[in-house]
Ligand binder design. Structure first.
Ligand code: NI
Length: 153
């Protein structure tokens, strides 16, 4: 049971968007489509990029646990994007289950009132971080869809 309906909505939206990203990423990889040249190490290959998005979903959850003062200790802490991509569906399913298991306890006060700096230095509420976590796979998915469309693969 979720303490907050707003959190529940975000968790369900995140699940939908991560699954959508994952399917498009699999298609992108299977098609052998090319990523744009980039100095960003997450763009070194399709595996680096997929692992980046899966790992980020784990990291946002860990950030929220730390922020509400209930650190999460039961997650796969693998930081290597290629290794995470290799675990694929199993890693994603574990992260999504972790989202449900841990975020059910977040209440509306925590959602709206607690703020903390993100890894990249910006101050976020839990709600803003949840929204960021939902949009992240959406932005990466649409980029992969565009690249596949442009390369007609
Ligand atoms: Ni990203």
């Amino acid at each position: 049971m979720f303490k907050s309906n707003a959190v529940r909505s975000c968790v369900e939206l995140h699940e939908t968007e991560m699954n959508r990203f994952y399917e498009v990423w699999l298609a992108f990889r299977a098609a052998g489509a090319a990523l744009p040249a980039s100095a960003d190490p997450n763009y070194a290959s399709a595996d680096h990029l997929g692992g980046h998005v899966l790992r980020a979903a784990r990291n946002y959850l860990a950030w929220i646990g730390d922020t509400v003062g209930r650190p999460i200790t039961d997650l796969d802490l693998d930081a290597d994007t290629v290794s995470v991509a290799g675990k694929g569906r199993a890693f994603l399913d574990e992260v999504l289950a972790g989202w449900r298991r841990h975020l059910a306890a977040v209440d509306d006060r925590e959602l709206m009132e607690i703020t903390r700096k993100s890894r990249w230095g910006q101050e976020y509420t839990i709600e803003q971080m949840l929204e960021h976590a939902i949009v992240h796979p959406m932005r990466h998915r649409i980029q992969l869809e565009r690249l596949m469309g442009a390369q007609a693969v």
